[in-house]
Design a protein around this ligand. Structure first.
Ligand SMILES: Cc1cc2nc3c(=O)[nH]c(=O)nc-3n(C[C@H](O)[C@H](O)[C@H](O)COP(=O)(O)OP(=O)(O)OC[C@H]3O[C@@H](n4cnc5c(N)ncnc54)[C@H](O)[C@@H]3O)c2cc1C
Length: 272
């Protein structure tokens, strides 16, 4: 990218412009990618839900496909900031920014998404797990842009849910929990994905929580509670203006349990 390591991609500008205004970022060059055609889409093909990086968050909110088959994404799409931010902010920007308080990263971890990046040396695909390296740092190289977000296509007995606690409507999360669940034909948990928002330096994949329910029925209250406790153990929040660390951990437990129950209800209804 011209401008080298100092150049910055500009998508919706909803995170980058405030940083520029506050002089927290001063790139020598901005590369506006809004003119690149063919990066705004939401469709299912080849076994994946595919979203172009320039898809606006408002388009997620308006999409029937997202609402009916990927409610975990729909849940977030109506709670991210406000309509103005959602009209401009992009899916790719929300993920590439590497902000642990953004909502989509945790959802992508729960959904086991993959990210396609294009750069000078071609295209590569990365798993969501491992992509969020540190606060505001992702696995994207300076000469790469994120072009597509891929999520394994929803199976018939799957369901997901995202719940976030916020101080006021339109705010970033105090804590958030994304849960994606698949059931086998006996109604037992086949796969569980759990991603956490705003409770660590990056979005967190709560792996022990994901393992705890395998092969178990979702009517097992003790097992459900254990998932919540393990999710809270995976969180490493700090005390800040949004609340004390121990309160945030407790909220992770509560939100995860509620999200899990809602994901189960949706899985029983065929995802919706
Ligand atoms: C008042 C306010 C409240 C908000 N509340 C929430 C909230 O509750 N939840 C939430 O999730 N978000 C929230 N946000 C953030 C918002 O969702 C951002 O718009 C989004 O995170 C960034 O998307 P963008 O397209 O605007 O990216 P930009 O601001 O254009 O870019 C953000 C960063 O990502 C990089 N980037 C962007 N696109 C790409 C790409 N395709 N490839 C590589 N790098 C790229 C840029 O270089 C930059 O470093 C809020 C923002 C505001 C202003």
């Amino acid at each position: 990218m011209k401008g080298g390591d100092d150049a910055k991609v500009l998508a919706g500008g909803q995170s980058l412009i405030p940083l520029l205004k506050l002089r927290l970022a001063s790139p020598t060059r901005l590369v506006d990618i809004n003119g690149i055609p063919g990066l705004e889409y939401i469709r299912e093909s080849g076994g994946y839900l595919r979203m172009g990086a320039l898809t606006r968050m408002a388009d997620l909110e308006a999409s029937d496909l997202i609402m009916k088959r990927y409610p975990i994404i729909h849940d977030a799409s109506v709670e991210i900031a406000d309509p103005t931010v959602r009209n401009l902010g992009t899916v790719g920007g929300n993920i590439s920014h590497g902000d642990p308080a953004n909502d989509l990263p945790a959802i992508m971890l729960a959904l086991e998404a993959e990210f396609v990046a294009e750069g000078g040396s071609g295209s590569r695909t990365m798993k969501a797990e491992g992509f969020f390296v540190d606060t505001f740092t992702t696995a994207l190289n300076h000469n790469e842009i994120l072009t597509e977000i891929r999520v394994p296509m929803a199976s018939p007995r799957s369901g997901g849910s995202y719940l976030k606690l916020e101080k006021r409507i339109g705010d970033f999360a105090i804590a958030g929990s994304a849960v994606q669940l698949s059931l086998n034909s006996r109604g037992e948990c086949e796969r569980l994905g759990v991603g956490l928002t705003a409770v660590g330096p990056t979005a967190i994949k709560a792996k022990k929580a994901e393992e705890a329910l395998k092969g178990k029925k979702l009517t097992d209250e003790g097992a459900i509670r254990r998932v919540g406790e393990l999710a809270a153990e995976a969180a490493s929040p700090t005390t800040d203006l949004r609340g004390p660390a121990d309160y945030k951990k407790e909220m992770v437990k509560v939100l995860t349990i509620r999200s899990l129950k809602r994901a189960y209800q949706r899985a029983q209804r065929g995802g919706m």
